[in-house]
Structures are given as structure tokens and as C-alpha cells.
Design a protein around this ligand. Structure first.
Ligand SMILES: Cc1cc2nc3c(=O)[nH]c(=O)nc-3n(C[C@H](O)[C@H](O)[C@H](O)COP(=O)(O)OP(=O)(O)OC[C@H]3O[C@@H](n4cnc5c(N)ncnc54)[C@H](O)[C@@H]3O)c2cc1C
Length: 518
């Protein structure tokens, strides 16, 4: 007889960076969660090498940013050099990030994943993690999903859950089981990625360097904890087999004057880069996140970070569906929000990759004269970053450049009524917040609007201009002088902020909630 009770509210398949972030969010919301992970330990290969300020902001929401930063190095500088030694670009990542965290940090992915996993250990009451369990299939009906898996001892297990998050990576069995195509292309060029442990350092090792060369370009990456990485494309006539030995790897390193005195090779692997998107990211009660939903080349350092943003996006939606009785149509807003953003960061990654791979190197005029000038401009630094803004989804009106709706609110320091100064998000927490700029937001909302948003149980906060004094717990002062000007430039007096810090609605567009999100 089929079950009528639920074993868990949510099953997360895969415990890589996107799965573990989802487990942290759901754990912190008190949602009964199962994690099925095929492997026994963190994947040993360091793949992602960098995180930005918005990703750290997601970790901050989980109380894990400071712990994670202990294993990170702030990126010193990025430079572009020819093999002959001519440096035609040097760029220090901006430290004036609006997100409350430095915008470019080098990471060692296995260590970051360990920190995130330790974070989930805080939620043993409501999160069960089963290592060595490979997801095998699922079936769903209007009320539930039945998930089947096989343990590493060969035991078949089955769980009935309300929702499934497929975070099982690029070869996703969840995606495959649902018959969802992974559309796009795989680039023909093969890259060798060499990871090492440094024994004896060398001058300027700490600089992330693109070596431009028509024959053998190299991406040269310093990683925290005395790790160092080289990513090198194979030529048109070269095969993986030509390089698949320590001797061949040493020949590649030797050409860059790197010797066995300086590093131990930890491992090397071959990759072809993909540009692929799952045809749909939601199928009934199942959502795909991270590499299961999209794959991009690594050059913009955004693959894992995009997965973390997916986790942040899906987790609060599941929370309001499961705990506040919001319709699960809310999950329909996930792909329209996340996919256009992923497409933009993929395009920037592809453009950077084309520059690195270009066989002739950069045109001399561009390289020697234009890039050094352009790279010093503020616009260049900003242009390298894709803004986190959303183009559509869970919003009162369609986001445009001219409205605050769809934009991520900056994170300056603010001061509360007892004079304590902290980053904005520590006051906003993980709830919906309705904020009024120098005014009680309820004074700007109709009763009907307040009744509609009550479904999301928002907190009401007043943000006072710099120089004011907060006199009650629902007031904060914009002590850095950032928030009031930010809202004012869009003509906003009152705004609804989502848990992921996006502006959902404003008084000068509409504070009504669209019927579909109720
Ligand atoms: C060379 C390289 C450099 C990169 N550099 C960057 C960078 O600088 N910045 C960045 O943001 N990203 C970077 N990336 C991309 C980044 O590593 C990935 O996007 C990220 O690891 C994806 O995370 P995920 O959790 O979605 O998937 P994964 O990390 O693949 O994790 C999936 C998990 O699911 C488990 N699993 C799989 N199948 C099953 C199953 N059937 N049952 C149970 N469990 C299962 C796996 O064991 C694994 O633990 C890089 C990638 C490469 C290859």
C-alpha cells in the first residue's frame, strides 16, 4: 500500500556547493530535510577558485561568511602578460563593493565546502544527511514525490517527500530521470588543469595572471593555503593522451620555469567547457539548481556562484510554500529570475575565454596601447561585473533600469536604537521586510496591500537618514549614508524587500501583490 505520510518536506539530491547551501537555508528555516549524497566525502578537486561579494552575502545570511573567509585570500590583482613578459593590463578588483563584502576573493573549493557542511551540522534536528546514497529515480503525483536511492552497501531505500531539489551536478540523474534535455554545446578545445601545493614561492606568485601566447596561453592562479593552479588549453593537434602523465605535466610546468623544488603536483585533470541549460528548471514538485540546471566555462568564476544564487532563490520560496501556505506557483518565478542572469554571466565568461584562447593573441594595438588605458577606468572595473539585477519573476511590476524593483539592495552599515552599528542584513534577517524611507511604511500602504503581504509575514522597518537617531526597535539609521540616496534616486518612499535582498515592490510602481504570488 502506498504511503500517505511524508518522510521529509524536502529531499536535496547532491551535497556539492549548491546542495549544501540549500541544506543550510532549509535547516535554518526548520524545514524537515533529507540530503542524499553519492560520495562519502567532499570532492577532492578544487574547481571553483573565486567568490564575489554577493556570494559572501548569501553565506552571511547563514552566519557562515566569517568562517568561510578564514580560508580565502582577497584577490591581490589580476594581470595580463605576454609570454615575453610585457604586462599590458593590471587590475585590482574594486574594494568598494556595494554588497558589504569584498568583491573578489580566492578560495580553495574543498575547504569552502567543508565549512558549509559544518554549517549544516547545526541543524541535526531537522536535516538528515545520508552519505553513500546514490539517487536512482523519482515519481511524482499532485501531492508528493517518491525518491528512490541505493546505498553503497546495495540497500534500496525510498522516501516520500513534498519537494525535491536536484543539485546533483552537470550529469544530473534527476534531470535525466525527468527526461529534461540539457541543451547547448560543448567546446571542442580540451584544457588541462594542474593543481599543486607550493613548497617554495616565487616572485609575484600571488597575482592571478593570464599569459597571452599564440601557441600556449596559460591561466595562472594563486589559491589560498599555498595551493597553485595552472589551466592550459591543448592545441588543435594535441590529444589528452599526450599529456596524461606526470612527466608530460612537468614539461608544461618547466616551460614556465616551474620546478619540482617549488611545487608538488597534487593532481591534474582534463576538461572541455560546456555552455548548456536544462530545458526547464522546474518539473512539478522538482526544481533543478546549480550545474544540474546550467553549465558555463570557468573564466568569469561564476559557475558555483550561480548555483549558490539558485539555492538562495529557491530556498526562501520553499519556506513560504511549506510554512506560510503560499501557492507553489511561486516556484514558477525561479527560472525567469535566475536564467537570464546565468545567461549574462555565461556570455561574459565566454567572451573572456575567447580572449584567452585566441590563437593570434590580442591585436598589438589593442594590447599595447588601448587595454592599459581602458583598464584604468572605473567603467572597465564595473563592466567586468554582471549586475545581480533580475529582469522578471516575483515582482509587483516588470523590472527595468529605471525602477528599484528587481534590483538587489546595497548593504552598508546601519545603526539601531541602542547605537549598535552592523551590516544591514543583520537587521533585515531572513524575513520579508517592508521598509519606509524616513517614514513608517504602513503609512504609505493601503489596508488591502498590508493584508496581501501578510501572507509573507513581513517585518516593518523605518530607515532614517544619516545623522538621525533611531528611537525604537523598528527604526534603523542609514549611518553610511547609502540607503536613503539609493532609494531616493528611484523615487521610492516604501519598498518590499525579499529575503534574498531583492526589491519586490515599491510605492511608486505598485505595492499590490500580483494574484499569482498569493
Ligand atoms: C576547472 C574549473 C574551474 C572552475 N572555476 C570556478 C570558479 O572560479 N568560480 C565558480 O563559481 N565556479 C567555478 N567552476 C564551476 C564549479 O566548480 C561548479 O559550478 C560547482 O562545483 C557546481 O556545484 P554543484 O553543487 O551544482 O555541483 P557539483 O559540485 O558537481 O556537486 C554535485 C554533487 O552531487 C553528487 N551526486 C551526483 N550524482 C548523484 C546521485 N545520483 N545521487 C546522489 N548524489 C549525487 C556528487 O557526488 C556531488 O557531490 C569551475 C569548474 C571547473 C571544472
Amino acid at each position: 500500500m502506498s504511503k500517505t505520510t511524508f518522510d521529509y518536506d524536502v529531499a536535496i539530491i547532491g551535497y556539492g556547493p549548491t546542495g549544501v547551501m540549500t541544506a543550510n537555508y532549509l535547516g535554518s528555516f526548520g524545514i524537515k530535510t533529507l540530503v542524499l549524497e553519492r560520495d562519502k566525502d567532499v570532492y577532492f578537486r578544487a574547481r571553483a577558485v573565486t567568490v564575489d561579494g554577493t556570494t559572501l552575502r548569501c553565506m552571511q545570511a547563514l552566519g557562515l561568511d566569517e568562517e568561510a573567509k578564514k580560508d580565502m585570500d582577497v584577490t591581490t590583482a589580476l594581470r595580463w602578460k605576454t609570454y615575453k613578459g610585457f604586462e599590458f593590463l593590471r587590475w585590482s578588483p574594486a574594494d568598494d563593493s556595494p554588497w558589504g563584502h569584498i568583491d573578489s576573493n580566492m578560495i580553495f573549493q574543498p575547504n569552502l565546502e567543508r565549512t558549509l557542511r559544518a554549517g549544516v551540522d547545526r541543524y541535526t534536528k531537522n536535516v538528515d544527511i545520508k552519505f553513500g546514497y546514490a539517487f536512482s529515480s523519482l515519481t511524482q503525483d499532485p501531492e508528493s514525490v517518491t525518491v528512490k536511492a541505493v546505498s553503497d552497501t546495495g540497500a534500496d531505500v525510498e522516501y516520500r517527500v513534498k519537494y525535491v531539489v536536484g543539485a546533483d551536478g552537470g550529469s544530473s540523474a534527476v534531470r535525466g530521470g525527468l527526461g529534461i534535455a540539457n541543451e547547448g554545446k560543448t567546446k571542442p578545445r580540451t584544457w588541462i588543469v594542474i593543481d599543486s601545493k607550493v613548497k617554495k614561492t616565487w616572485p609575484e606568485r600571488e597575482l592571478l595572471t593570464f599569459w597571452s601566447d599564440p601557441v600556449r596561453p596559460v591561466v595562472d592562479i594563486p589559491l589560498p593555503g599555498e595551493h597553485h593552479r595552472w589551466e592550459i588549453p591543448l592545441g588543435d593537434d594535441e590529444k589528452k593522451e599526450d599529456f596524461d602523465s606526470p612527466e608530460a605535466v612537468w614539461r608544461l610546468l618547466g616551460a614556465m620555469d616551474v620546478t619540482p623544488d617549488q611545487v608538488d603536483i597534487e593532481h591534474f585533470a582534463f576538461y572541455n567547457h560546456h555552455i548548456r541549460y536544462a530545458q526547464r528548471w522546474r518539473d512539478g514538485r522538482v526544481v533543478l539548481i546549480g550545474d544540474a540546471a546550467h553549465l558555463m566555462p570557468p573564466w568569469a568564476g561564476q559557475g558555483m556562484q550561480s548555483g549558490i544564487r539558485d539555492a538562495a532563490n529557491v530556498a526562501w520560496k520553499l519556506r513560504y510554500i511549506l510554512q506560510n501556505g503560499v501557492s507553489d506557483r511561486l516556484l514558477d518565478s525561479y527560472q525567469p529570475e535566475r536564467q537570464p542572469h546565468v545567461v549574462k554571466v555565461t556570455a561574459s565568461s565566454v567572451a573572456l575565454g575567447n580572449l584567452i584562447e585566441t590563437k593570434a593573441g590580442l591585436p598589438t594595438v589593442m594590447r599595447n596601447f588601448m587595454l592599459p588605458i581602458i583598464s584604468k577606468s572605473a567603467g572597465f572595473k564595473k563592466g567586468l561585473k554582471v549586475k545581480p539585477d533580475y529582469d522578471g519573476g516575483f515582482f509587483g511590476v516588470a523590472p527595468t533600469k529605471k525602477v528599484a524593483v528587481g534590483k538587489m539592495v546595497p548593504q552598508p552599515n546601519v545603526t539601531d536604537s541602542v547605537g549598535k552599528e552592523s551590516k544591514l542584513d543583520s537587521f533585515l534577517g531572513s524575513d520579508f521586510c517592508v521598509v519606509g524611507i524616513n517614514i513608517d511604511p504602513r503609512a504609505v500602504m493601503t489596508d488591502a496591500q498590508q493584508a496581501a503581504w501578510a501572507l509573507y509575514a513581513p517585518r516593518y522597518l523605518t530607515i532614517l537618514a544619516k545623522g538621525s537617531t533611531a528611537t525604537s526597535a523598528d527604526q534603523i539609521v542609514d549611518s553610511d549614508g547609502v540607503l536613503v540616496p539609493w532609494f531616493t534616486q528611484y523615487g521610492v518612499k516604501t519598498a518590499v524587500l525579499r529575503p534574498d535582498k531583492y526589491v519586490a515592490a515599491t510605492n511608486n510602481t505598485s505595492l499590490d501583490m500580483a494574484r499569482v504570488w498569493k
